[in-house]
Design a protein around this ligand. Sequence first.
Ligand code: HEC
Length: 134
Amino acid sequence: MTPKLLMAAATLTALAGAPALAQNIDVGGELYQQYCSTCHGADGKGAGQLTEILTTKVPDLVGLSSRNGGIFPMLEVIHIIDGRTGVRAHGGPMPVYGEIFTRSSSAKGTYDQVLEARGMVLSLAYYLETIQGQ
Ligand code: HEC
């Protein structure tokens, strides 16, 4: 084997033995339980503890696709969670998570804070996509 091939083989072996990659961690599911379950329920069916004191009806989040002709409305969901963009920006009882996540970020510098906040919003949207129809 040439040195180059040897290097490639060594890299592949190292990758095969590497621990579970980061994308296998259910970031969205954990964030959901932390930030959303109080209103939307641990199972996403809309019966969290806070619904008892809220005057607005909290929708279930397992029927987002079925209410949208069977297609998960990814962009709308991202906008709703972020709360600062899209048609439903700044309204209703839902906290503006785009702002909350950016402010609570421990990252240094605005650039990294914005990236982290967007990653959190997107992870939540991906998670919601996985619980449709449950
Ligand atoms: C304080 C209670 C509360 C919390 C906490 C909350 N929500 Fe909501 N959410 C609501 C209410 C009330 C509505 C319906 C009114 C509206 O759309 O603003 C709603 C609507 C939504 C919708 C649109 C549903 C539809 O059928 O159109 C999505 C998606 C959503 N929330 C996701 C989330 C996610 C993700 C989190 C956590 C990051 C979260 N919510 C946290 C109260 C809450």
